[in-house]
Design a protein around this ligand. Structure first.
Ligand code: 8YV
Length: 336
């Protein structure tokens, strides 16, 4: 049998490509920026499998012309870029890479919590740009005071694998941890010693509010002006999930008018963020370029999971992290 054709929309780890080449005829997009939507529409007409990135727009229009396409293996956990319902209807398998990046995203979340609460980026600039030197004073009792976390309230929205790990680290910091999630997790509550609250209570009680939800029509602008007004004045907002979960204009207004004390953001409504975006004007805001899973450990594990899904499918097995399990009813896994 001729090897099925696989298109990978960004460079991945060579060892993983080698593994995939045992089963697939592999083509890798080799430019730093991603392929355009128009290019993908043309390319996916002639391939059987596709490794997508979270920034590739995969709508129903594209899926309907991708006649040969049998499986989309997303390199990422978020799926807001894929019309999964349409893919299922067309018998196309969709997989993602959950859990293997949870530790890295949780650690980056904590990097932001500590960077905002102790003004780390601002302090680095203070030293690097000579302001400290110009004070001719090494220490002053009131210089650049931050906030201690121990005993404070950590509020988590969304208790998936990332949210759970953030909660665990929060307990290690001696924080009280409350969470809101669509489905309550009593086992996690007892094992970690955290408490369930309503969404409104988490918003109004948190000293640190951190967002760990998928982007859906329900969660788009979940953090809006009304929510920001109900947060505590000393509270900081952290977002490492998806940019559109937070209404950016409302956040800029909240920061400008001092409704909250600061924010740490790794994701934005429009990425990459423009250099003159209003958010860049705030000293009490730390901005990162979507680095949540950007560790060797997570990215290699994600690549290996992508390969595991594609090789299982090739062997006629249900892929380990299949997202749309109902597709199996439409069409069995494997290439004819
Ligand atoms: C990206 C992410 O996948 O997993 C997700 O949903 O947003 C990220 O981990 C990663 O940036 C891919 O390069």
């Amino acid at each position: 049998m001729e090897k099925p054709r696989l298109f990978i929309s960004r460079e991945l780890f060579p060892e993983v490509i080698e593994e995939l080449e045992k089963f697939y005829e592999v083509e890798v997009w080799d430019k730093y920026h991603g392929p355009s939507y128009e290019y993908l529409v043309e390319k996916l007409r002639s391939v059987d499998a596709y490794v997508s990135m979270v920034t590739d727009r995969i709508d129903c229009g594209l899926l309907q012309v991708a006649r040969r396409l049998r499986i989309i293996a997303q390199y990422g956990v978020g799926l807001d870029n894929i019309d999964v319902v349409c893919a299922t209807r067309l018998g196309i398998y969709v997989t993602n890479t959950p859990n293997v990046l949870a530790e890295s995203v949780a650690e980056l979340t904590w990097s932001l919590i500590l960077a905002v609460s102790r003004r780390i980026v601002e302090a680095d600039h203070f030293v690097r740009w000579g302001e400290w030197y110009r004070t001719r004073t090494s220490v002053h009792p009131l210089m650049m005071l931050g906030t201690e976390l121990k005993g404070k309230m950590l509020g988590i929205i969304g208790l998936g694998s990332v949210g759970r790990r953030v909660a665990e680290i929060g307990k290690a910091f001696g924080m009280r941890v409350i969470y809101y999630s669509r489905s309550r997790k009593p086992d996690v509550e007892s094992s970690l010693g955290i408490e369930y609250r309503s969404f409104d209570d988490v918003v109004s009680e948190a000293d640190v509010l951190t967002i760990h939800v998928s982007l859906t029509s329900e969660t788009r602008h979940l953090i809006n002006e009304d929510v920001l007004r109900r947060m505590k004045k000393n509270a900081i907002l952290i977002n490492t999930s998806r940019g559109p979960v937070v209404d950016t204009d409302a956040l800029v207004k909240a920061l400008r008018e001092g409704w909250i004390a600061g924010a740490g953001l790794d994701v934005f409504e429009n990425e990459p963020l423009q250099p003159n975006h209003p958010l860049t004007a705030f000293k009490n805001v730390v901005l990162l370029p979507h680095l949540g899973s950007a560790t060797h450990e997570a990215r290699l594990a994600m690549a290996r999971l992508v390969a595991e899904n594609l090789i299982a499918f090739y062997k006629g097995q249900v892929p380990p992290t299949l997202v749309n399990s109902e597709v199996v009813k439409h069409r069995r896994p494997g290439f004819d």
